[in-house]
Each structure stands twice: as structure tokens, then as C-alpha cells.
Design a protein around this ligand. Structure first.
Ligand code: APR
Length: 231
């Protein structure tokens, strides 16, 4: 298993042009979580919820990976067994940069998921055709997004990956949804990179803290990871 875990959130994709959630001007300032991202929304507010994710998908089709995604892809190509990439992001910018086996904790926007059997099917950046049904069981389809209050089956793989982690890198997450501090406490090498302090993160538990844009911090982060891997 990988010795290095690179764990990311919305901040890593911000410079590609995708909004974060909790920064000033973030998505949760413009939209109400309980209307479009909470378990049950698809029952009482289905059309508005689908329209919201159609717009996110269209926007994703218009942006490209940035230097941080690309540097991580190159690093993973150099050390394929040592680097695990885990993200809360539902975008495909890591994959488009060339990353492999990215663990998406909160779903994957270019996919739809069957509400009955959970199989997924790719729609890319297209609108969800409302009459489209599951190819496997004909069940109804929804965006492949983990809403607040939904089960998050991928979390178990995060916990498994953290058992082997000796070097933890956090890029662009406020820590409000997935807290990583408790892992960092017991890991000798850890780096936190955000734009600014977050009230949900105890920066003291990280061995290095970089408050800079991810694209400006990434060279130093990659250098530190390589130093760790070669030691
Ligand atoms: N470079 C580095 N960090 C950045 C940048 C940038 N260019 N821009 C913003 N950030 C940092 C902010 O400082 C903040 O700490 O990214 C973080 C973004 O935090 P959130 O908006 O809360 O995003 P995230 O932690 O990914 O949210 C978690 O919340 O609503 C849900 O499911 C959604 O997966 C998401 C989860």
C-alpha cells in the first residue's frame, strides 16, 4: 500500500475555475445545502437538484486541470506504488491530468448512479436526460454525488489507506466535512496546504503548513514528498 496519501478538497480545483464550498463566494453561500445536496432532495426537489448538477457538469466540461493536478500526476507516474490520491472532489481533473486510481469519497460528477442497484453510467459533461434509466435494472438515475446524510461507502477505503500512510499531504480542504487532524497527529511527516487558516483544522498537528495557492505550493510539496520517499 502507498506510503504517501495526498488528500484534497475543493481548493485544489479552485484555480481551474471550479468554486469551493465554504470560502467567500463559495457554492454554499449561493445555494442551500438542504435544497440540493441533502438526502431526500431528490424526492421533494428533484428537478432543481438535477438542474444544479447539470450546471456543475457543464462547467466541469469547460475547465482543465491546473499545475497542481499535473504535478501530482507526474509524481504518481514516477512512484506508482507509493502515492495514493484521495479526494473529496467530484470533478475529474486528476484523471484528466493523468492520475490513476483516484479515490473519490463524495462521488463522481461525470457519472450517474442508479437509485435502485447503484450501478453507475458515464454521461461526461452532458445534462442528465430525464427519461434515461439504468442499463442494468431500469431503475431511475441520479447524479453520482454523496449528499449530506447519504451513506459514503468510499470512506472505508480512506481508513484503509490511512493505515499504511507515513506521509500525509492535505491540499485545499477546510476540514469541515472530513477531518484529517486525528490522522496527522500520529504521522511523522504531514503537510497542510490551504489558502488560509480554517477553524475546523488544528494546524499545530501538521509538520509543515503552507498558506498559498496550490499551484504555488505544489513544487515545494512534491520536493518534500520525493525527499521523504528517497530517505
Ligand atoms: N489553493 C489551495 N487551497 C485553496 C485554494 C487554492 N487555490 N482556494 C481555496 N483553498 C482552500 C481554502 O482555504 C479552504 O480551506 O480550500 C479549502 C476549501 O474548503 P471547502 O470549500 O470547505 O471545501 P472542502 O473541504 O473540499 O469541502 C468538503 O464539503 O460540501 C461538501 O461535498 C462537498 O466535498 C465537499 C466537502
Amino acid at each position: 500500500m502507498a506510503r504517501v496519501v495526498i488528500f484534497s478538497g475543493a481548493g485544489i480545483s479552485a484555480e481551474s475555475g471550479l468554486s469551493t464550498f465554504r470560502d467567500t463566494g463559495g457554492l454554499w453561500e449561493k445555494y442551500r445545502i438542504e435544497e440540493i445536496c441533502q438526502a431526500g432532495c431528490l424526492s421533494w426537489n428533484r428537478e432543481n437538484t438535477l438542474v444544479f448538477y447539470d450546471a456543475r457538469r457543464a462547467q466541469l466540461g469547460d475547465v482543465v486541470p491546473n499545475a497542481a493536478h499535473e504535478a501530482i500526476a507526474k509524481l504518481q507516474q514516477r512512484y506508482p506504488k507509493d502515492i495514493a490520491i484521495i479526494t473529496q472532489n467530484v470533478d475529474d481533473l486528476f484523471e484528466r491530468a493523468g492520475c490513476k486510481d483516484v479515490l473519490h469519497l463524495h462521488g463522481f460528477l461525470p457519472n450517474l448512479r442508479c437509485e435502485k442497484c447503484s450501478s453507475t453510467q458515464a454521461v461526461g459533461y452532458e445534462k442528465q436526460e430525464r427519461s434515461l434509466t439504468c442499463k442494468v435494472c431500469s431503475g431511475s438515475l441520479r447524479p453520482d454525488i454523496v449528499f449530506f446524510g447519504d451513506p459514503a461507502p468510499m470512506y472505508q477505503y480512506l481508513y484503509e489507506a490511512m493505515e499504511d500512510c507515513k506521509c500525509l499531504i492535505i491540499i485545499g480542504s477546510s476540514g469541515n466535512v472530513v477531518g484529517m487532524d486525528h490522522f496527522a497527529k500520529s504521522i511523522k511527516h504531514s503537510i497542510l496546504n490551504n489558502l488560509e487558516k480554517s477553524s475546523a483544522i488544528d494546524e499545530k498537528v501538521y509538520t509543515k503548513v503552507i498558506y498559498k495557492k496550490a499551484t504555488e505550493a505544489i513544487d515545494e510539496i512534491v520536493k518534500d514528498i520525493e525527499f521523504f520517499l528517497k530517505a
